[in-house]
Design a protein around this ligand. Structure first.
Ligand code: AMP
Length: 119
């Protein structure tokens, strides 16, 4: 399995600590949601845990409640953005699957017609 560098702080750690700005749409004790800087659709929001987990495959049983929470927050931010009945939730796992930031994140994508399969 390809080896990420989970101990390296990512750009998302700096967004969580507010060292760098982001267009934050939701925050609570466990997670943060902000607009993607290079949106792939009219609505493109990232939902991340404050706990740094490099890839979904690195999550453990102890992260179960956190992962469930991220799903519910993703649905809430989609609803708040007006796409509650028409959005896609994507998490890339590993560089070969398109992951570029090694701090898990859901992409909440919508506001245009979405094709399937995504390719
Ligand atoms: P992935 O390729 O699945 O790891 O997704 C990483 C996403 O993070 C990409 O869609 C980037 O556009 C987005 N991104 C990277 N840096 C920032 C940033 N500073 N603020 C908001 N989104 C970012």
């Amino acid at each position: 399995m390809e080896k990420p560098t989970p101990s390296d702080p990512t750009i998302f750690s700096k967004i969580i600590s507010k060292e760098i700005p982001a267009d934050i749409v939701y925050e609570d004790d466990l997670c943060l949601a902000f607009k993607d800087i290079m949106p792939a659709a009219p609505i493109h929001i990232l939902v991340i845990p404050k706990k740094p987990i490099a890839r979904l495959i690195d999550a453990t049983e102890s992260d179960k409640a956190l992962l469930g929470h991220l799903n519910l927050v993703a649905a809430q931010v989609a609803n708040d953005a007006g796409i509650g009945d028409k959005f896609r939730l994507v998490m890339n796992n590993g560089a070969k699957a398109g992951q570029s930031v090694f701090h898990i994140h859901y992409h909440v994508i919508g506001g245009r017609s979405l094709q399937w399969p995504p390719g």
